[in-house]
Design a protein around this ligand. Structure first.
Ligand code: FES
Length: 153
């Protein structure tokens, strides 16, 4: 099944802010439709993803953005996991110690962070929530269970 077949027909859109305000802020976190969403403006493009890192709920809002393996990534400030902005793919660099001359290479863990679609409409920025079905690891940090656990810490 392709990614397109997983997307429902009428996704809802949520207002994030005025385009110029989002550009100036560069990062905007907002609670929309039961999720904490992070909208990022970087080098002329907008991105949106779940605001809490798939690894352990780190605040991606405070992460650096770096180009790694030819992809723009946010680096989680908690444990430095790298997540591609456009796809939500977890990537890591490693070398195989069994190789004669181990060379570090980039590897993919697959899609780990739920990403959303950013829309510009008449000078406003909206987010269309991801409707990709199935569990994506960042979903856990959007649950009531996680919010209750966090509140008790
Ligand atoms: Fe993000 Fe651990 S919480 S890397």
């Amino acid at each position: 099944m392709s990614a397109e077949e997983n997307i429902e027909e009428s996704p809802e859109q949520y207002f994030i802010g005025k385009k110029e305000d989002v550009i100036q802020a560069k990062r905007v976190s907002k609670f929309v439709n039961g999720r904490d969403i992070l909208v990022i403006y970087h080098e002329g493009k907008f991105y949106a993803m779940d605001a809490h890192c798939y690894h352990a709920g780190g605040q991606l809002e405070n992460g650096d953005i770096e180009e790694l393996n030819n992809k723009l990534c946010i680096v989680c400030p908690s444990h430095k996991y790298k997540i591609t902005l456009a796809e939500g793919e977890g990537i890591y660099k490693a070398s195989n110690p069994k190789e004669k001359n181990p060379i570090p290479r980039w590897f993919s863990k697959g899609i780990k962070q739920r990403v959303h679609t950013v829309l510009e409409v008449g000078g406003d920025i909206f987010v269309k929530m991801s409707e990709v079905r199935g569990w994506i690891e960042s979903d856990y940090y959007q649950t009531e269970k996680y919010r209750q656990e966090k509140a008790m810490c």
